[in-house]
Write a protein that binds this ligand. Structure first.
Ligand code: DQA
Length: 143
């Protein structure tokens, strides 16, 4: 199974972002954690990170994968363009947030992208990505 993990703006800066919110693990740590899990589970996972809305849209539009895990970063809260692109792509999709976006500033409470995903995992740190992969695997196996 081929799954793409997209991370939006500033997620490449993990480790340097506030550690009480995002933890001390870096983006490379995140990739390693996901790869280790994926290997055990027989999944092939590729990664794409960009700070640019257009690049994320272009990558989603290509969708040459069977499933998508996406953390749109701050675009979550206002990118109707990414929302519209997610709507077009017909594969299992999970939105992930490291932090609990419902327990932070008011502007983070709203996600404009989540309704176009199968579901959202928020506040479980890097483990959220593993749960998302597990859901997609299950969904693909049972369809
Ligand atoms: C985030 C939450 C967003 O509000 C924030 O802008 C991010 C990261 C998270 O993973 O918790 O960049 O998506």
């Amino acid at each position: 199974m081929l799954i793409l993990v997209i991370n939006g703006p500033n997620l490449n800066m993990l480790g340097k972002r506030p550690t009480d919110i995002y933890g001390s693990e870096t983006y490379d740590d995140l990739i390693k954690k996901i790869k280790d899990y994926a290997e055990k589970d027989g999944l092939t996972v590729d990664f794409f990170q960009s700070n640019s809305e257009g690049k994320i849209i272009d990558r989603i539009q290509k969708m040459d994968y069977e499933g998508l895990v996406i953390n749109p970063g701050a675009f979550t809260h206002y990118s109707y363009a990414i929302r519209d692109t997610l709507e077009i792509v017909n594969v299992p999709k999970v939105e992930v947030h490291l932090s609990n976006i419902l327990a932070r500033e008011a502007f983070r409470e709203k996600s404009v992208t989540s309704a176009e995903c199968d579901g959202v995992i928020s506040g479980l740190g890097q483990y959220g990505y593993i749960l998302a992969l597990n859901y997609i695997k299950n969904k693909l196996e049972n369809n």
